[in-house]
Design a protein around this ligand. Structure first.
Ligand SMILES: NC(=O)c1ccc[n+]([C@@H]2O[C@H](COP(=O)([O-])OP(=O)(O)OC[C@H]3O[C@@H](n4cnc5c(N)ncnc54)[C@H](O)[C@@H]3O)[C@@H](O)[C@H]2O)c1
Length: 333
């Protein structure tokens, strides 16, 4: 297949593209490099079946031009939870950008496979979440919900395109991705920041008291799930939870990472109260029910957390060195 992948220089996009090219697909990659890195594309930048275009997904004419001849669009470009800025980039990129990509896909009848997020389940306390569970948003004056709302809008727009235009669509709700090419700042998730802090022998900062839980998914498992959504007609017109079902508290994750990076040393942990973020609400539990992806697609997460973290820590050591950041040797990892 010839595939248009947006967000190709990002964490999931770069891992996915590497795998798609290995599977014999041709990839047209799009990224505006606002968050992604050229370094993430190094392993496939020169592949004969790959081309890269530094473009913005909100540029309708450019997207229409690039989608020509594509069988499917894998839409991953997005902005995440606005923790330290206002929410406009998140809302505009995810809502307008996704609608733009749908319009482009429609011009050639390309299957549209897009990233949603576990964050859409919001404050629903009833874990594990099935795809039919309620999406429960909290106080509308709290800007963190902009991310979930923008992804809900994206999902609803996809299904409206399906209903009106019979476009084939698949929405993928990812749960906590981690692994090589993850962003080294908070944008990449808590595990990324915890690894950096442990390497630097600094305190690991937990939001609230660290009792909130997440389910962390190694990137090769997400890539496998996305590939199934792209290649299998059984995925068409559905929403899928894609994630690892093991639940762990953020404190548990911090202690696990500290113990792997600095075995035998007492973890340095600092609590950051939610109030310090201004008006903020967290999601207290997040666990996927993956029965639908298991049954229809044969999806099964394979990499357990300890193994995945070991690989990620090794990668993070190498990436920091490539960026000239002083990093200790970790012969035990
Ligand atoms: N990583 C996770 O754990 C996770 C969890 C849930 C959902 N998701 C979703 O999966 C997708 C990929 O996530 P990721 O972790 O790889 O994120 P990422 O930030 O690493 O990658 C996103 C890429 O999109 C690019 N981008 C942003 N705005 C753009 C624009 N206007 N035009 C072109 N490119 C643009 C960025 O430069 C970046 O390279 C996103 O849609 C995200 O919301 C990820």
């Amino acid at each position: 297949m010839r595939l248009l992948v947006t967000g190709v220089a990002g964490f999931i996009g770069s891992n996915l593209t590497h795998a798609l090219l290995e599977r014999g697909h041709a990839v047209v990659g799009v990224d505006n490099l606002s968050q992604g890195e050229r370094l993430n594309m190094a392993s496939f930048a020169e592949h004969p079946a790959y081309e890269f275009h530094q473009e913005d997904i909100r540029d309708a004419a450019a997207m229409r031009r690039l989608v020509t001849g594509c069988d499917a669009v894998v839409h991953l470009a997005a902005y995440k939870i606005p923790r330290y800025s206002d929410a406009l980039d998140t809302l505009r990129t995810n809502a307008h950008g996704s609608e733009n990509m749908l319009e482009a896909a429609l011009t050639v009848g390309a299957k549209f496979v897009a990233a949603s997020t576990s964050d859409v389940y919001g404050k629903n306390p009833n874990v594990p979440f099935t795809e039919d569970s309620n999406l429960v948003i909290g106080n509308p004056d709290v800007k963190r919900w902009a991310y979930a709302i923008s992804k809900m809008y994206e999902e609803q727009t996809m299904f409206a395109f399906r209903d009106r235009h019979q476009l084939r669509v698949v929405a993928m709700r990812f749960f906590g991705g981690y692994g090589p090419n993850q962003n080294l700042t908070w944008w990449g998730g808590p595990q990324s920041v915890f690894i950096d802090s442990a390497l630097d022998d600094k305190e690991l900062e937990l939001h609230g008291d660290g009792s909130q839980t997440r389910s962390f998914t190694y990137v090769s498992d997400h890539v496998d799930g996305i590939t199934r959504c792209v290649e299998m007609p059984e995925a068409d017109d559905k929403v899928f939870n894609l994630g690892n079902t093991r639940e762990i508290t953020i404190r548990g994750l911090a202690e696990l990472i500290w113990g792997m990076v600095r075995p035998g040393e007492t973890p340095k942990i600092k609590l950051r109260p939610y109030e310090s973020f201004g008006k903020y609400e967290d999601v207290m539990r997040r666990v996927p029910d993956i029965t639908r992806a298991r049954t229809l697609l044969g999806f099964e997460p394979k990499v357990d957390l300890e193994d995945g973290l070991r690989r990620t820590i090794r990668w993070q050591v190498e990436r920091r060195r490539a960026l000239g950041i002083a990093t200790p040797d970790l012969p035990h990892v």
